[in-house]
Every structure is written in structure tokens, then in C-alpha cells.
Ligand binder design. Structure first.
Ligand SMILES: Nc1ncnc2c1ncn2[C@@H]1O[C@H](COP(=O)(O)OP(=O)(O)OP(=O)(O)O)[C@@H](O)[C@H]1O
Length: 273
């Protein structure tokens, strides 16, 4: 599992982007990192994958401090990886299939094994139908799928999603959310976003970043009811939380719990099917 311990990061111009951050991914299966623009989310992710090296503190993976040699990082990124906000940062080849096959070819898998793996991830993210298309013909949402497939094919343990739905229309947002949800069944995922509805829906545990500091953490059902914390972080309450508050009913994370609550109160008078 991955831990961020007492991490402080300074950019070359002296900007202190993160200060004394402590994060433990073991606290949830789907972790949200929430914060306004400039709060430090991307900087944190780049530290977590070893692209940036902290000024103080460390990243601990499976009990061992990560190292910054090329050799170590090559192995590390087979386990811990990031899907960038902008898919163009992630796609290097002009053809979808080759782009996803790239990392596997580097590792030295046979072409047959590569084809099996690539086809499997392309199907999983709904990109199989355009696998032979040149990347520059793809829509933004299609590129996003390809970028996710390129990470998924590594079959690591942890995937960080930096603002996974920014720039997507509502339909594509739903599709990417369902892909992420599916991935989370057998991997730990971390999502950074300032879309609170998205985080509330997907994540079980959240860290709130404000100006480079973690100002709160906890289960989404706890943190999202703290109006003051969200306000301080420059974030909005999810719409579902607002409704619960106005109606004066407890906050439920899952639909089933919500219906059970009403069923207990009104019983058979309402059709709950
Ligand atoms: N290369 C850089 N050099 C100097 N300062 C930087 C650099 N990149 C980011 N920063 C600063 O570090 C702080 C954190 O930025 P970061 O991009 O990590 O925030 P963020 O939460 O990901 O923002 P956004 O939601 O807008 O993507 C900001 O003050 C930003 O201006």
C-alpha cells in the first residue's frame, strides 16, 4: 500500500505547493483528493508517482521508501500509475493499438501476449472499435479511454486519476465514471477533482486539500456534511448532501440505505420496487 509521509514540496521558484502532507491509501478503496484550483492536487499526484521528488518527507510503497533511480521508478510505475487530465500528455503513438502496446513491448512480452492484453483492455474501456484508428482522428473522450487503457494494460495495483471527467460532456462523464468504478473492483484508485458530485458518488474516503495543506480527511459521508471545511477549501457541497440537509434526513452513501430508511418509516404504503 502507498503512504505519503510528512511530505513538503517546493517548486524551483520557491512556491510551496505542498506542506507536511500525510496520506494513507489503505484508508479506502476509492480515495478522493479534493481541493480548489491551485490547492496542490496535481503536485501531490506527481510526487506520488515519483515524477517530482519531495523537499521533505517521503513516499512509502509496501513498507519501503521509494527511490528515484531510473531502474527503481521503471518497476514502481508498473505498480503505481497516473492517468493525466489531458490525454494528449499520455498518448505518444499515432495509432491506438501501438500506443497501448508500447509499454508491454518495452517489457519484452511476445506479440501474441501483447495482443491478448491490449485487446482485453480496449474492450474494457470501450475503445476496441477504434483500435486501428490514428489517434489524431479521435475525439477528446475517445482519447481519454485510450489513455486509461494505456495505464490499465500495465495491470498495476494503484491508479491515480487526475481530474478524470474534466472537459467531458455529461454522457461521456457517465461512461468514464462507470469505467473507473469497474476498475476499482480490483485496484485501489485515487481521484483528484473539484467536482464534488463525482467524488461523492465514486469515493469512499476523502482528503481535503487547501493551499497545499490537508485540512480534513474522513469518510465522504462525514466530510461532505462539514460545510465550514468545504467552504474553507473553496468547494461546494454535493447536491445530494444539500437535499439531505434541507429535508433534515440522515446522509446515506448508497441508494439501498436511503430506501431502507424510508421503507422503515413508511413501510408498505409506497411502492419501493
Ligand atoms: N511548475 C511550477 N512552478 C511553480 N509553481 C507551480 C508549478 N506548477 C504548479 N505550481 C504552483 O503550485 C501550486 C499547486 O498547483 P497544482 O497544479 O498542484 O494545483 P491543483 O490543485 O492541481 O490545481 P488545478 O485544479 O488548477 O489543476 C499552485 O500555487 C501553482 O501555481
Amino acid at each position: 500500500m502507498l503512504e505519503v509521509k510528512d511530505l513538503t514540496y517546493l517548486y524551483e521558484d520557491g512556491t510551496k505547493a505542498l506542506e507536511n502532507i500525510n496520506i494513507e491509501l489503505g484508508k479506502g478503496k476509492k480515495i478522493g483528493i479534493i481541493g480548489a484550483n491551485g490547492s496542490g492536487k496535481s503536485t501531490l499526484f506527481l510526487n506520488m508517482v515519483g515524477v517530482l521528488k519531495p523537499k521533505r518527507g517521503k513516499i512509502v510503497y509496501n513498507g519501503e521508501d521509494i527511490k528515484y533511480s531510473k531502474k527503481y521508478l521503471r518497476e514502481y510505475r508498473k505498480k503505481v500509475n497516473i492517468v493525466f487530465q489531458d490525454p494528449d500528455k499520455q498518448i505518444f503513438y499515432s495509432n491506438v493499438y501501438d500506443d497501448i502496446a508500447f509499454a508491454l513491448r518495452n517489457i519484452g512480452y511476445s506479440e501474441e501476449e501483447i495482443k491478448n492484453r491490449v485487446d482485453k483492455v480496449l474492450k474494457r474501456v470501450g475503445a476496441y472499435d477504434f483500435k486501428d484508428k490514428p489517434v489524431h482522428f479521435l475525439s477528446y473522450g475517445q482519447k481519454k479511454r485510450v489513455a486509461i487503457a494505456g495505464i490499465l494494460v500495465m495491470d498495476g495495483d494503484i491508479i491515480l486519476f487526475d481530474e478524470p471527467t474534466s472537459g467531458l460532456d455529461p454522457l461521456m462523464t457517465r461512461e468514464i465514471v462507470s469505467i473507473i468504478d469497474d476498475i476499482s473492483k480490483n485496484k485501489t484508485i485515487v481521484i483528484s477533482s473539484h467536482d464534488m458530485n463525482l467524488i461523492y458518488e465514486i469515493c469512499d474516503y476523502v482528503y481535503v486539500l487547501e493551499n497545499g495543506n490537508v485540512i480534513d480527511e474522513g469518510l465522504v459521508t462525514e466530510v461532505f456534511t462539514k460545510e465550514k471545511v468545504l467552504k474553507k477549501a473553496g468547494l461546494e457541497e454535493p447536491w445530494l448532501v444539500k437535499i439531505h440537509k434541507r429535508l433534515g434526513i440522515p446522509l446515506f452513501k448508497y441508494e439501498e440505505d436511503f430506501f431502507n430508511y424510508w421503507r422503515d418509516r413508511f413501510g408498505s404504503g409506497i411502492d419501493w420496487s
